[in-house]
Design a protein around this ligand. Structure first.
Ligand SMILES: C[S@@+](CC[C@H](N)C(=O)[O-])C[C@H]1O[C@@H](n2cnc3c(N)ncnc32)[C@H](O)[C@@H]1O
Length: 394
């Protein structure tokens, strides 16, 4: 998207064209070609119509992430993709606000993108300032604060060499993508890992990829893995002054939030035979290395030393794992398994696997299922041996 065209979109005539583009989009049931044809009859400047149509399209895509705010906000395609989900950003912002419970906490967002985190921090009552090295993103982030009637200052700047001493907290969410795709090596992030490590020596919080190797985590930093509606998208690193523990798993589901830490973790769990219940820990729990804390919480053990399934005799409802009743063990050998499923009239099968070399879609096809019953099958290693368990969610 073009910077000049975006700036024009924020003017009076630009806002009127955007409103008209939205109306036409709805009138034409979201058909982009008919919407564009109709809009060109309103304004024949291709730069203007393209800027308006791009926002209408991005807003409709952004509803999945930003809900009702999306129709007031502005995006770039990459900026939307990289923006933090609101519930996750709100949780992080609420933790920052605890720095001074009376209010007045100042935060610098060092690399704000289109402002996903920035908006959440401003909403949490933090006094926010932000920079980004890309001018268009700065314009978009600023427009988002305005559109949502939030305060904050946003400027174009590179974070390297920036004087951050005036802020209570510095937040950073380094870019993990280039034109060539996702960057897995932390040294290829922007700003790079060396900058992140230095930043974490002062009061700060850094959003990182959930796959961050534990060995990279600086001493005294808290790593918090967060899952939102079952998906682990990120971890936050909290500098020593903001850290409460070393490892934390935070699970956000529906409107609620639950948190498990290394203080809940005995650090080990026995391997035991499969009992009446099987627990599948949340991805944030697994990433945080807290499966043994789930085992302790349900009074159970592991099905295998290296597998993140917990088993117990008693049924518990826990936000940190999905729980299943184990109905029976079926043959692991494919031919006998097919016969067993036929016998039980199972025509619809959800296949879960952990620690075994199986491609569920391919296996499901080979099993040639038929029947009116639905079931869940867990394929895993139990004490080192391939095992098939027929289970039912509690
Ligand atoms: C992952 S995005 C931030 C997304 C943001 N937290 C959100 O929720 O919308 C990272 C941003 O950092 C910016 N960036 C990368 N390196 C930078 C640098 N050295 N100085 C300033 N900004 C930088 C990029 O332009 C990009 O907009």
């Amino acid at each position: 998207m073009d910077l000049a065209a975006f700036r024009w979109l924020l003017t009076g005539p630009g806002q009127r064209l955007l409103t008209r583009a939205t109306e036409l989009y709805l009138e034409h049931d979201g058909d982009p070609v008919r919407t564009a044809d109709a809009l060109r009859r309103v304004d024949d400047d291709p730069g203007h119509t393209s800027a308006a149509l791009t926002q209408v399209d991005l807003r409709s895509k952004a509803v999945a992430k930003f809900g009702a705010d999306a129709v007031r906000m502005y995006f770039t395609p990459d900026g939307l993709e990289q923006a933090t989900r609101p519930m996750v950003a709100a949780h992080r912002a609420a933790r920052m606000a605890l720095v001074r419970p009376g209010g007045g906490v100042t935060v610098l967002d060092a690399g704000c993108g289109i402002g996903g985190d920035l908006v959440a921090m401003a909403r949490a009552g933090l006094t926010v300032a932000a920079v980004d090295r890309e001018e268009l993103r700065v314009e978009v982030a600023r427009a988002n604060l305005d559109a949502l009637e939030l305060g904050g200052a946003v400027q174009v700047a590179a974070v390297e060499g920036l004087d951050v001493r005036g802020f209570d907290v510095v937040f950073a969410d380094p870019a993990r993508r280039t034109e060539r795709g996702r960057v897995f090596d932390v040294h290829g992030w922007s700003p790079p890992w060396s900058w992140v490590v230095e930043l974490l020596e002062r009061r700060s919080c850094v959003k990182v990829a959930p796959g961050i190797p534990h060995v990279l985590l600086p001493d005294r930093v808290e790593a918090e893995w967060v899952s939102d509606q079952g998906e682990v998208k990120e971890a936050s690193l909290w500098s020593a002054e903001l850290a409460a523990v070393r490892r934390r798993a935070t699970v956000i589901r529906g409107g609620g939030l639950a948190t498990l830490t290394d203080e809940d973790d005995p650090g080990h769990a026995d391997v035991r035979p499969v009992g009446r219940c099987l627990y599948e820990p949340d991805g944030a729990v697994i990433r945080a290395g807290l499966v043994t804390a789930v085992a302790a919480g349900v009074g159970g053990g592991l099905v295998d030393e290296h597998i993140a399934y917990v088993t117990a005799d008693d049924a518990f409802s826990t936000p940190f794992a999905r729980s299943y009743e184990v109905l029976e063990e079926l043959p692991y050998q494919e031919k006998s398994l097919r016969a067993a499923l036929r016998e039980r009239g199972i025509g619809t099968l959800e296949i879960k696997k952990r620690g075994v070399d199986v491609v569920p879609e391919q296996l499901r096809r080979r099993l040639a299922l038929s029947g009116d019953n639905a079931a869940t099958l867990v394929l895993t290693r139990v004490a080192g041996k391939g095992t098939a368990l027929l289970v039912r969610p509690f």
